[in-house]
Design a binder for this molecule. Sequence first.
Ligand SMILES: [Zn+2]
Length: 194
Amino acid sequence: MNLKLSPTDALLLVDLQNDFLEGGSLAVTGTETILAAAVDYLKLFVNQELTVIASRDWHPPDHCSFAEQGGPWPSHCVAGSHGARFSDQLTLPAEVHIVSKASSAEEEAYSAFQGTDLADYARRQGISRFYICGLATEYCVLYTVKDAISQGFTVVVLEDGIRAVDLQPGDGERALAVMEQQGAIRATRGDLQS
Ligand SMILES: [Zn+2]
């Protein structure tokens, strides 16, 4: 595959926040390589002055997804905390568009489109195709990809820039298969012209 980037392309970094990375409260294991890949994709898009968007979980301290509220996850990505910050390895451009999600106590949002201005923002910027990487494959990446497609955007999933939790072995692979069934293009760094 040979994908040539154009001004209608945007890079969407999904939830590359400290709590989901090594040492975080809800860390996905083995994220070093995908973080390095994300850094590389970011450079590629910034060098070509293309749109970069970063989504983040941005929860209140009593968020419904936290175990102490009866939810499935340990406390993570509390708005304003160190854990909620993007990785220091990512040098986000000043013009980056940040999308904060699940920022009220009763609302859970795996998708970066859910309850955010992402679709409107992208349309205003003339974006028609998203290149998506980040965490985690079968949760926020999957739901973001599905919503992007249902909103009429073309999606390229950057397979070397995503990582699964795999609570059940194979969850990540199954999620990728679903994305592909729904029309997402699977690609890695070698498929993109630099
Ligand atoms: Zn969350």
